[in-house]
Design a protein around this ligand. Structure first.
Ligand SMILES: [Zn+2]
Length: 274
């Protein structure tokens, strides 16, 4: 699933192609992808509108339109949002096509069909609970050591579960959670309320560092992820633990362990993480 660095990379790669463009038409091939409003109403409302800005919040992409509405897209497991020339053919997994110029389309493709699309009033997220309840943006100024400490203090949670909780910190998924915990030297099953000051500092540094690295390398293309131009990222070549269960730790050589924590496959080094 695309996480914060991937969605940020998609946002940055789409921006020059979609900003200030008018959506002249939309073709809907799978109604189920549009969660609000009804597909016909969606089409009627969005046609003729100009995209005045594009933003990201957590794993959501926000296309602000010139009528005070926002097109909100979550790619979930296998969603892809790509700008391409109109004469390029598309397959059965392309569910939505936005016409954004005489030559180019913005296409939403999704093999698993878990992606979601909404058209709602700008900054009124009441129809999208996941967006309304999002926690801190981890790369914003508001998120610092004190913020993290306050989120942790007095709460009983496993560290891995805490990192995946979008209502606390937005945008971290399974890949970056495992990489963050390895970088911080912390075991995924640690209780957050037991963390020391220096461990919280290490955790804070690892969160910002790993997410920034992910953006720098234009995301992790482990399975389906590509950016807004259809290009793969390269952070998969930099991963220390995710997808490496049973292989030697790159730091100490011990075999990395894989277990299920919070229902998610979790890889960690039994020696480097405690
Ligand atoms: Zn190790």
């Amino acid at each position: 699933m695309p996480e914060l660095p991937e969605v940020e990379t998609i946002k940055r790669s789409l921006e020059p192609f979609v900003k200030d463009k008018i959506i002249s038409d939309v073709e809907i091939y799978y109604d189920g992808i549009i969660k609000y409003p009804q597909p016909e109403k969606f089409k009627e409302m969005i046609c003729g509108r100009k995209i005045i800005d594009i933003n990201r919040r957590g794993k959501y992409l926000l296309f602000h339109l010139d009528d005070n509405n926002t097109l909100v897209i979550h790619l979930r497991m296998t969603g892809q949002l790509i700008v391409c020339d109109r004469d390029i053919s598309f397959g059965k997994h392309t569910h939505l096509i936005f016409r954004i110029s005489s030559r180019q389309d913005l296409r939403f493709t999704d093999i698993r069909k878990f992606g979601t699309v909404y058209l709602v009033p700008t900054s009124d997220w009441t129809r999208i609970k996941g967006l309304q309840n999002l926690g801190y943006e981890p790369l914003s100024k508001k998120f610092n050591f004190e913020t993290l400490k306050n989120l942790i203090t007095g709460r009983k949670r496993l560290l891995k579960v805490f990192l995946l909780d979008q209502s606390k910190i937005a945008g971290i998924g399974n890949i970056y959670a495992d990489e963050i915990l390895f970088s911080a030297g912390l075991h995924p099953k640690r209780e957050i309320q037991m963390l020391t000051q220096s461990e919280i500092t290490n955790l804070y540094n690892a969160i910002t560092q790993k997410l920034e690295e992910g953006i720098k390398y234009r995301g992790t293309s482990f399975s389906d992820y590509v950016d807004g131009r259809g290009e793969k990222g390269s952070y998969q070549e930099k991963l220390h633990v995710y997808g490496r269960g049973g292989k030697p730790c790159l730091k100490c050589g011990a075999l990395l362990e894989k277990s299920i924590i919070a229902g998610r496959g979790t890889v960690f080094c039994p020696k480097c993480q405690s």
